[in-house]
Design a protein around this ligand. Structure first.
Ligand code: NDP
Length: 323
C-alpha cells in the first residue's frame, strides 16, 4: 500500500510517501481501507517529536473507510461495513489494521469526509463543553482559534447549550467564518489585546471558561479573562509549549481552576467511545452540527497539509485523500 512514514522527526519534509506492505489483521483487529484521513494538530506534535514516538512510524490518528478484512475472533463487524476511528496510529496510509474495539460504525447519512472530521475533533469539542466544563445558558466562554477544526465545532456545541461565545482568530476572513457558525463576538487577537477586549465585552466581569488550545502565546492572557472561580481549559499548544507555571497565579487571579485534558481519557473504554461517537455522529446526521472541510489534499501531499496547518493557513477540517 501507499503510506506516509516518518523515519526521523523534524519538519514537514520528513513525511515520506512510500510503498509499504499491506496491513494484515491480527486477532481482534479489522483492516480499514481509508476513504478520508483526518489531519490534526497532534500529528504535528508527533512529527516534530514534541510528543515522542519510536521511529519509524506512520502518523495520523483519524480516518474513515470500509472494512476489508477481519482478524480472528472479530464478530461484531462485516467486510464492506463503513466505519471510522481515532486513537490508533497509522492513519496516513491507504489502509490500516486497527483493534476492532476502536472501530465506530457509521450512520448512512454521514459521509466519509464528515466522519473523518468528527472522530478526533468532533469528540474533542463534545467532551470539552459537556464534561471538562459543562457549558450552559447564562455562561460566557472564550474560545481561541475559533475558526479551526476543533474551534468551529466547539462554537456550534456551546451555542446549542445556550452559552455566549467569544472567539479569537488571526484574520478578518476567519472572523467572518467563526461568526457564520454562531460566535457572538470575535476578536482578531493578532491585532488587538484579547484580554482587554474580553474585559470590555463582559463589562469587566470576565468569562466562565476559556478553551485555550493555542498555549504559549495565549496562556497568560487567558488567565486574565476569567471570572473569579472560572476555569482555564488548556487543551493544546499550537503556538508552542507553555513555560513552567506557578499555581499561586490561580489564587491571585481569583481562585481559578486549571485543567489539561486529553480526548483519549474521555473515550478510554468501548462504552465511553460509543456513547460519545454516537452523540456526535447523530448531531451530524440530523444536521444539528455542520462540518467545514477547509482543505483536501492527496495523501502524497501530506507535507503541504502540515505546512498549511502550521502556518495558520487552514480553517475547519483538513483531510488527506488516498488515491
Ligand atoms: P486548528 O485547525 O485549530 O489549527 C490550529 C490553529 O491554531 C491555527 O489555525 C491558528 O488559528 C491557531 N494558532 C495560533 N497560534 C498559532 C501558531 N503560532 N502556530 C500555529 N497555529 C496557531 O487545529 P486542530 O483543530 O487540529 O487542533 C486545535 C488544537 O486543539 C491543537 O492545539 C490541538 O493539539 C488541540 N487538540 C487537543 C485535544 C485534546 O484532547 N487535548 C484533541 C484535539 C485537538 P488562528 O490563525 O485563528 O490563530
Amino acid at each position: 500500500m501507499k503510506a506516509v512514514q516518518i523515519q526521523q522527526t523534524g519538519g514537514p519534509e520528513v513525511l515520506r510517501y512510500l510503498d509499504l506492505p499491506e496491513p494484515e489483521p491480527a486477532p481482534g483487529q479489522v483492516v480499514v481501507s481509508h476513504r478520508a484521513v483526518g489531519v490534526n494538530f497532534i500529528d504535528i506534535y508527533h512529527r516534530t517529536g514534541l510528543y515522542p514516538r519510536q521511529t519509524p512510524f506512520i502518523p495520523g490518528m483519524e480516518a474513515a473507510g470500509v472494512i476489508t478484512a477481519l482478524g480472528q475472533g472479530v464478530r461484531d463487524f462485516t467486510p464492506g461495513q463503513r466505519v471510522a476511528y481515532t486513537g490508533v496510529f497509522g492513519a496516513y496510509g491507504d489502509s490500516n489494521a486497527i483493534p476492532a474495539d476502536k472501530a465506530v460504525p457509521l450512520p448512512e447519512e454521514v459521509d466519509f469526509d464528515t466522519a473523518a472530521a468528527l472522530m478526533l475533533q468532533g469528540m474533542t469539542a463534545h467532551y470539552l463543553v459537556h464534561d471538562t466544563h459543562p457549558v450552559g445558558p447564562g455562561q460566557t466562554i472564550l474560545l481561541h482559534a475559533a475558526a479551526g477544526g476543533v474551534g468551529l465545532l466547539v462554537i456550534q456545541m456551546a451555542k446549542a447549550l445556550g452559552a455566549r461565545v467569544i472567539g479569537t482568530v488571526s484574520t478578518p476572513e476567519k472572523a467572518a467564518l467563526a461568526r457564520s457558525y454562531g460566535a457572538d463576538e470575535v476578536i482578531i487577537y493578532t491585532s488587538r489585546d484579547f484580554t482587554e477586549a474580553v474585559n470590555e465585552l463582559t463589562q469587566g466581569q470576565g468569562v466562565d471558561a476559556v478553551y485555550d488550545s493555542v498555549g504559549q502565546s495565549t496562556f497568560q492572557g487567558s488567565l486574565g479573562c476569567l471570572k473569579p472561580r472560572g476555569i482555564l481549559v488548556s487543551f493544546g499548544q499550537s503556538s508552542g509549549i507553555i513555560p513552567p507555571f506557578d499555581p499561586a497565579q490561580l489564587g491571585s487571579h481569583g481562585s481559578l481552576y486549571l485543567t489539561r485534558p486529553s480526548l483519549f481519557h474521555y473515550i478510554a473504554d468501548r462504552p465511553s467511545l460509543m456513547n460519545r461517537a454516537s452523540q456526535v455522529l447523530d448531531m451530524a446526521a440530523t444536521g444539528a452540527l455542520s462540518v467545514t472541510i477547509g482543505a483536501r489534499y492527496p495523501l502524497d501531499q501530506a507535507a503541504q497539509a502540515h505546512r498549511d496547518l502550521e502556518n495558520r493557513q487552514t480553517v475547519g477540517k483538513v483531510l488527506l485523500i488516498p488515491e
